[in-house]
Design a protein around this ligand. Sequence first.
Ligand SMILES: [Zn+2]
Length: 261
Amino acid sequence: MTSEPLEAAIEDAARLVAGASHLVAFVGAGLSAESGVPTFRGPEGLWTKMGEPDMRGYDRFLADPKKWWEERSQRAGDMKEFVDALDEAVPNDGHYALRELEEAGFLKHIITQNIDNLHQVAGSQAITEIHGNRTKLRCIECSRRWDIYHFDIEGSPPSCPDCGGIIKGDTVMFGEPIPHDALEECAAQSQMCDCMLLIGTSAVVYPAASFPEQVKSAGGTLIEVNPNETPLSAHSDVILRGAAGEVLPKVTQQAKGIVQE
Ligand SMILES: [Zn+2]
């Protein structure tokens, strides 16, 4: 795919969006970064400051879930700063464009790698979070979820009233499998999808990398929205080299215009 001027690429993307029968957005950290959500790597990244996280996080949780619940209420230092920054983040125009695309009937589903809950705050409805959601808790056995702000199950650690499983934060830990229900939804969406918006993600890690692959191999189209080149660029039909908050609202407006013509 050769690059074309941004305005022409936006027109092409709008045509694909308007003509798609099952448009899915696949979203990564780039969209959250535009909202000021701190990154993990890079100069200001959490891990750069605190050191690389323990890759056996989930094993450690399983060995002593009570400890995780105790530590959760005692965050300090860089970790607290990170959590505070997440608390302050608000959706950007890219998030709102996705909501508008859904309301207009173009966008059928969002698959997101972000845990910050910003799609919900922006008003999107059909969302699958493959790495969980920081404002939720989840039973590790049956995947039932609770809102973190309305959770009144006693016990340390608390256990699921349905199945007795241990309850943890919904955010997927290192070494923890992606929840089954999320994976199944992603597979179903990728199968139905004939056009996928790849927003702020490089999707090189499996299973995430398999979603755009599946769409492409079934004859669907890929639209990349990313200020930087990624491994997905070579497979994308249209490339929008810009911030999602700038280009997605334009794609949305033009797609609506095409339908009204
Ligand atoms: Zn359960």
